[in-house]
Design a protein around this ligand. Structure first.
Ligand SMILES: [Zn+2]
Ligand SMILES: [Zn+2]
Length: 220
């Protein structure tokens, strides 16, 4: 496998891993949509991954990891989160910018570097967006921001990987102080406007509903 091919395959594995985590169906069309890649190209890469024993297809043409693929996907998710944590906490790159850098770094880290870096960072449990390392899970009773009952205090737990792809959205969340670990009083939701409001320092922020549905919170 050339270096370029393995980078592409690692990106597919990471995306499949996150899609499965988000409870989405793993279909070729979903990948094409998310990667903004033509379906035949996606199909060819998936065929290759099947040949390499990383994935298989079930009767409904949904993609499943083999044990080998699962192990590999978890390894990349670990490297990605570790790189983000390092960039944010050690190099002080803002949390809303680290994702794109980590996407390049994750493919270039040898097992020794991963091991040493994890030790150096004291084995973080999540990335700066709150996405968990493989093997960890969100606290019980979590829900998405769009499902929050009115007048509830919530703590922001996790901004889903899907939103990480948009630096613009992350930056606007940052400006509105919608950051993992922050606590806010959720005020109301309007279905017509597709917005939610949070009360903080007596000011209100508006978040589009499709963004709110990708933000996980827990009652504070
Ligand atoms: Zn990321
Ligand atoms: Zn992240």
């Amino acid at each position: 496998m050339s270096e370029k091919q393995s980078t592409v395959i690692e990106e597919y594995l990471l995306l499949l891993y996150h899609l499965r985590d988000a409870g989405e169906k793993l279909k070729s069309v979903t990948l094409a949509h998310r990667l903004k890649t033509k379906p035949p190209t996606v199909h060819a890469t998936l065929q290759r991954m099947q040949r390499d024993g990383l994935i298989k297809f079930d009767k409904k043409k949904e993609i499943l990891f083999t044990n080998e693929g699962e192990r590999y996907a978890k390894d990349i998710a670990f490297r990605h989160n570790l790189a983000e944590y390092f960039l944010c906490n050690t190099l002080n790159i803002p949390w809303y910018e680290v994702h794109k850098h980590a996407h390049l770094l994750e493919h270039a880290m040898t097992p020794t570097v991963v091991e040493k870096l994890a030790k150096f960072l004291e084995y973080p449990e999540k990335c700066p967006h709150g996405n968990l390392m493989p093997g960890y899970s969100l606290p019980a009773g979590n829900f998405t921001l769009d499902n929050t009952p009115e007048n509830t205090f919530v703590e922001i737990l996790m901004i889903s990987e899907e939103l990480e792809d948009s630096e613009e959205i992350l930056h606007s969340l940052h400006q509105q102080n919608i950051i993992p670990g922050e606590k806010h009083k959720f005020v109301s939701k309007s279905n017509d406007l597709l917005t939610v409001s949070l009360e903080q320092n007596k000011s209100k922020v508006i978040i589009p509903l499709h963004v709110a549905s990708k933000i996980f919170v827990v009652e504070a």
